[in-house]
Design a protein around this ligand. Structure first.
Ligand SMILES: [Zn+2]
Length: 165
């Protein structure tokens, strides 16, 4: 079912569209303060949106060296129960406010399934080549259950990659 979706992007205006989520994957594990979520939406106009969210529920003391100079922190009086304290500064919420790391949003609109596969690919840290991570592949395979054309585009991309293109 199509709904109005808004993705808040840092230092940019939010991305707004009408569409539906067709795939979601997450690396979240219990007691891990940081994880990655990926989503694919299909818009009412027939385009796709790839969204990757770096989530964090780690909080710090305001003076923690780990967050020195970071502008993406939110100061709060009381941490939520499911937030996880930094193991370096060991924040104690009884005597001061704490700093929560914010989520990092990345979103890209793709006109068709081929562009969508490109959008999901990530640049390898060492080789700088665009590659499909196992999580990205899992996301596309999930989306293909709703939209089978996506798996054709994935196969085409894997074949091209195998040929060094
Ligand atoms: Zn800290």
């Amino acid at each position: 079912m199509n709904t109005e979706i808004t993705i808040e992007l840092r230092n940019r205006s939010p991305m707004k569209f009408t569409g539906e989520e067709i795939a979601f994957v997450s690396t979240q594990r219990e007691d891990e303060p940081r994880w990655t979520e990926m989503r694919i939406y299909r818009t009412a106009a027939g385009a796709y949106v790839f969204r990757r969210t770096g989530r964090s529920v780690m909080y710090h003391r305001p003076a923690c060296g780990r967050i020195f100079g970071r502008m993406d922190m939110t100061m709060v009086d009381e941490p939520d129960e499911d937030w996880i304290p930094c193991d370096e500064c060991l924040p104690d919420s009884d005597d001061e406010a704490v700093m929560l790391e914010s989520d990092k949003e990345h979103a890209r609109m793709a006109a068709d399934v081929r562009q969508l596969v490109y959008a999901v690919q990530q640049r390898h840290r060492d080789t700088h080549e665009l590659t499909l991570t196992p999580l990205g592949r899992q996301l596309l395979e999930t989306a293909a259950e709703t939209d089978p054309r996506i798996i054709d585009a994935v196969r085409e991309r894997m074949l091209a990659a195998a040929n060094g293109e």
